[in-house]
Design a protein around this ligand. Structure first.
Ligand code: GUN
Length: 291
């Protein structure tokens, strides 16, 4: 039966580590890291996520500000605010919470965030650096997944890693990070033929499709490591991941729970990236390499 990979405890460690880094930066005459989260409209999940980001930032000594804009905000108005934040030396990290209302093109908006302040790691310059294995900011959720695997001392070299989901935010970047660690990586998606047989090969499974319990427990190979990025609310109100947890746990050697797995790590890595942005600004320019 699998051991639980406790993201909540590890995220608290990372937040404490960032808090010590913030104190050291300020102590050495550097700036207090500043993060601005821009939220447009009233998506209820976004409201909860942004509150979590702010509370965690403040706990680590990061000055966090939320810019909440009305649902009717135009693309031009949002771009003007980003230009202002890009030029503000007290702001080291800028994050535009997704999804955006439909009148706003998210690609245009994400392209406008200064790459040096793009703590989400979504700007094409930062995606390019990630592809080349010299990431400036690793996107927060994939970064959190890697940190969890590292904390559990999972050796990835030569292992079969199967990523279920090909999103820009999780699936694609996590596949690149696994590849950087010398795993043999397969990315599966809605057109993959016989998904079950691909997942059955995996030493490491990362599920990021956003469909409740889609990855069945009997697809998990004995002893595999299972990382579940999904957070799905069932009509009953219960939160479940993308993996059928109870059955998968019987086969896995290590498995992340939902909630309390990858979720808390995402916010912790945002704080990590914000500290890196402030350090780089203080050192006189963005660094290419984080960790
Ligand atoms: N919405 C859901 N996940 C994310 C994320 O990682 N970053 C941003 N900016 N918005 C999100």
């Amino acid at each position: 039966m699998g051991e639980i990979l406790d993201g909540k405890a590890l995220a608290a460690e990372v937040r404490a580590e960032v808090g010590r880094g913030v104190a050291a930066l300020v102590e050495s005459g550097g700036p207090r890291p500043g993060l601005t989260v821009v939220r447009v409209g009233n998506d209820p999940a976004s409201e909860v996520y942004v509150r979590g980001k702010r509370t965690a930032s403040e706990g680590a000594g990061i000055a966090a500000v939320e810019r909440h804009l009305p649902e009717t905000t135009t693309e031009g108005e949002l771009l003007a605010i980003l230009d202002e934040l890009n030029a503000d030396p007290a702001v080291h990290g800028v994050l535009v919470q997704l999804p955006l209302p439909e009148q706003i093109r998210s690609t245009v908006v994400l392209d406008r965030v200064s790459p040096a302040k793009d703590v989400d790691g979504f700007h094409p310059d930062n995606v390019g650096l990630l592809v080349q294995g010299r990431a400036r900011f690793k996107p927060c959720t994939p970064h959190g997944v890697m940190r969890m695997l590292d904390a559990a001392k999972v050796d990835l070299a030569g292992k079969e890693a199967v990523v279920v989901g090909r999103s820009e935010i999780v699936g694609k970047p996590v596949a690149l990070l696994l590849l950087e660690r010398h795993a043999t990586v397969t990315i599966c998606h809605s057109r993959t033929r016989d998904l079950a047989s691909v997942v059955r090969r995996a030493d490491v499974v990362v599920a990021a499709v956003g469909r409740p319990e889609m990855v069945r427990g009997d697809w998990i190979r004995d002893g595999a490591v299972v990382v579940d990025v999904g957070i799905n609310r069932l009509p009953t109100g219960k939160l479940v991941g993308d993996v059928e947890f109870a059955a998968a746990k019987e086969r896995a050697s290590l498995i992340t729970p939902v909630p309390g797995g990858v979720g808390p790590m995402t916010i912790a890595m945002l704080l990590f990236n914000t500290l890196e942005a402030a350090r780089a600004a203080h050192a006189g320019g963005p660094s290419e390499k984080t960790r």
